[in-house]
Design a protein around this ligand. Sequence first.
Ligand SMILES: [Zn+2]
Ligand SMILES: [Zn+2]
Length: 256
Amino acid sequence: MTLDPDKLFSSSAKMKINFVLSIIVILYWSVNYFSWTVLLLGLLSYYTIGKIGGDVALHRYFSHRSFKTSNFWDKVLKFISFIVGHGSQFLWVITHRVHHKDSDTVDDPHPPAIAGNLKIFLRTWSSDFVPSAKYGKDIIRDTEIMFIHKHYFKLFYLWLVVLSMFGIYPLLLLFAFPCFGFFLETGIVNIVGHGHGYRTYNTPDHSTNNIILNTLTIGNGMHNTHHCYQSSYTTDIRNKWYEFDLMKYFIHAIRT
Ligand SMILES: [Zn+2]
Ligand SMILES: [Zn+2]
């Protein structure tokens, strides 16, 4: 299968529409229907759908292949990583793999020390970055992933239309909060995890471990540990309570 770099680029740029849409939905709800109960449910939807679709599926499973799972859970992870709204899994994976290969250099797709924190947080860095398909040789063989990649926006907007037919709450809890939550998480990890905190391992990049970030993201703040042990499905490897990782328990439950 050949991939047109221009299509990859436009896919990456268009993906930001999803983030803007998630903010619009949250703003619309907070102006017209705000309630604390729904806000708590929204946080819960980020800590479940957002974390499983983003941190577990896009990051640890598809990008790093750090654990194996059953055919059933493979399909569930594909679905949840699709509804989290962060673009096609294929594009996310190859971008992330380049980040690990060239961390904090001019070839890194999101180096905060070079591009500046605001550009990294708003994802404007991707406007001059075209990831190469050669970093996804394994995932390119997955016909379901490539089908989603090829038809991503048609499928995703169809999903949003279906959700909106059931009212604001499915749209809010199955799209807006998980999408926006993981948008915040990745933006902050890409900044704080590359220069703010302590370094446990002497990696060739600027990656750092940060306890506050780890607590807020329930286990995605040990970025220096992650850069050192990329193929490990968890960064909770030193038995320090503040380096906890809640998602590892979910992975324990589904891995084979
Ligand atoms: Zn990674
Ligand atoms: Zn990193």
